[in-house]
Design a protein. Structure first.
Length: 220
């Protein structure tokens, strides 16, 4: 049980950091660029996608031995669309303002490449619990990336966070950050920062390996 727990934690960590679907795999760019004008929208989209990921991964894993290979993609889309419809109806009922803000991007979760990729690459080949954990990890990674991008865009472009003003009326926001061009700029700078951090970590690991090999040669 401990080994499985550690494996699941490693899965979640990989989904959020090492194998983030947006910042590392560059998947789901359409909603990432479109809905990150505010943190509230980013959280709503991220949680909706996470719920669909978990449920669709579970059902696809349970049915993986019964779905013919020839129609697997069509079957995945049918399963995913069912959960997307459920999430959309729940949002319309309980979060109508958020549903209006996200608009068409909730139904478009059906063809989100993150969800289809995890269905094909993981859920169709692994057990239900592991598939649910994979959906959770990728969903949390997607949500974290959206919130990070939205935080930068909303603070710089509107001077607020979750709709709460941070700097008062005297602040002159950089409107470009809440425009489409600002989404590309913000994403580009964040990707550059993530790649820089990864390069530094890799360089440190190489230095440690070199020092270890030198010490081993000296000991011999």
């Amino acid at each position: 049980m401990r080994e499985k727990g550690r494996a699941y934690l490693a899965q979640i960590k990989a989904g959020i950091l090492d194998n983030n679907p947006v910042l590392v795999q560059l998947l789901g760019m359409c909603p990432t660029l479109a809905v990150t004008t505010s943190v509230t929208n980013a959280i709503g989209m991220g949680l909706a996608a996470t719920a669909v990921l978990i449920c669709s991964n579970l059902f696809i894993s349970l049915l993986r031995k019964f779905i013919p290979k020839q129609v697997r993609i069509a079957a995945y889309i049918v399963i995913i669309s069912g959960f997307v419809t459920t999430v959309e109806l729940l949002m319309k009922a309980y979060f109508p303002a958020l549903d209006r803000a996200l608009g068409l991007f909730i139904p478009l979760i059906v063809v989100n490449c993150i969800i289809l990729a995890r269905a094909e690459a993981f859920a169709s080949k692994n057990a239900p619990i592991a598939s649910m954990v994979d959906g959770l990890s990728m969903g949390l990674g997607f949500t974290a990336a959206l919130v990070l991008i939205a935080t930068v865009r909303e603070i710089l472009g509107a001077g607020s966070f979750c709709g709460i003003s941070l700097f008062g009326e005297a602040y002159q926001p950089a409107i470009i950050f809440i425009l489409p061009s600002g989404a590309f700029l913000t994403l580009g700078f964040i990707l550059a920062a993530v790649q820089k951090v990864k390069n530094v970590q890799q360089d440190r690991q190489k230095m440690r390996c070199t020092e270890c090999s030198v010490e081993e040669e000296g000991a011999e």
